[in-house]
Ligand binder design. Structure first.
Ligand code: SF4
Ligand code: SF4
Length: 308
């Protein structure tokens, strides 16, 4: 089993290395090779740690990968390289028809990547949650707030609207000026995101509150996620319905409802964090590949009592 997981880690690394090599050769820029090799290495380190650490410590594998990728994307590409890897950078460069860093990142990690791994980016690479995940509320203390998720859609539309205005009415041909504006947006935007994420997490006692109620990126990722090849699955014959997985799920997903209807966890809220896999005492939860599709969402809006 452990050997199989090790092989998987090597395959993951080789896939990223192949993408980097392909982009290096087609675009003539060695940076792509470095970039994808580093990301592949970060994911593989997480996968290796996940296969050797004990169940209680497995969460560290994800946190380490998240930190390695998050610091790289925000610190190295963003602050040092002046690339706005946020959603406004993606929209803007896309409108300009410029197939550069932010556009490639969004297409691979947040659009086409969701067809393979769903929202694994949110679970393993987000540079906002890499900070709040060190707060003490990994397990949500309450059910989800029912209508607050709408703020993510409003945020998404607001950013899109602002970028369209900038694109239509400002000096879009002056690339230096635009890069300067986008770099300012990166700094101000991220400081604001961190402040909101920490405040929300503290008030709601939920490390992932920003993810659930404020971040615009899931809106984009929700299109591909239901089709994702890799999804969580509960083996019905092994499950004793202790509900430990549901109580642990940071995204408040009703895993047992999917299991009882013989479905994999197709929720667009699943971030592939694998907390449910690690906690199950019966080894009933697995991260599996397959082809299926489900539109219905089952989310816990009520608090799951400890005794349940
Ligand atoms: S933790 Fe395992 S046994 Fe318990 S409800 Fe979840 S899948 Fe079933
Ligand atoms: S269902 Fe499992 S993998 Fe998905 S968010 Fe919940 S705990 Fe994480």
């Amino acid at each position: 089993m452990q050997r199989r997981k090790m092989t998987k880690s090597i395959i993951i690394f080789l896939v990223f290395f192949a993408i980097g090599t392909f982009l290096w050769l087609t675009k003539g820029n060695l940076f792509y090779l470095f970039n994808f090799t580093y990301i592949g290495l970060s994911v593989s380190i997480g996968a290796v740690l996940n296969s050797i650490l004990s169940s209680e410590k497995k969460m560290w594998s994800r946190k380490i990968t998240q930190l390695m990728i998050g610091v790289y994307l925000l610190g190295v590409l963003g602050f040092l390289g002046h690339e706005n890897m946020q959603i406004e950078g993606f929209f803007f460069y896309l409108l300009l028809g410029s197939f550069t860093g932010p556009v490639i990142h969004y297409f691979i990690a947040k659009i086409f990547g969701t067809l393979l791994f769903g929202r694994a980016y949110c679970g393993w690479a987000c540079w906002t949650i890499m900070i709040t995940d060190f707060l003490p509320w990994m397990k949500p203390q309450k059910g989800r707030l029912k209508y607050w998720g709408i703020f993510r859609y409003l945020h998404f539309l607001g950013v899109l609207f602002l970028i369209l205005i900038l694109w239509m009415f400002f000096r879009v041909n002056d690339h230096e000026y635009i890069s300067f504006i986008l770099f300012k947006c990166l700094i101000i935007g991220n400081l604001t995101y961190y402040a909101i994420a920490i405040i929300l997490a503290t008030i709601l006692k939920d490390n992932r509150a920003f993810c659930k109620y404020a971040c615009p990126i899931p809106v984009l990722m929700k299109f591909g996620t239901p089709f994702s090849v890799w999804k969580i699955k509960i083996e019905k014959n092994k499950c004793t319905e202790c509900r430990l997985c549901e109580k642990t799920c940071p995204m408040n997903i009703k895993l047992l409802v999917y299991m009882k209807s013989n479905k994999r966890i197709a929720s667009t809220e699943c971030i592939a964090c694998q907390q449910c896999v690690n906690i199950c005492p019966e080894n009933a939860v697995q991260y599996t590949k397959g082809f299926d599709f489900e539109i219905k969402q089952y989310i816990n809006y009520n608090h799951i009592k400890k005794s349940e």
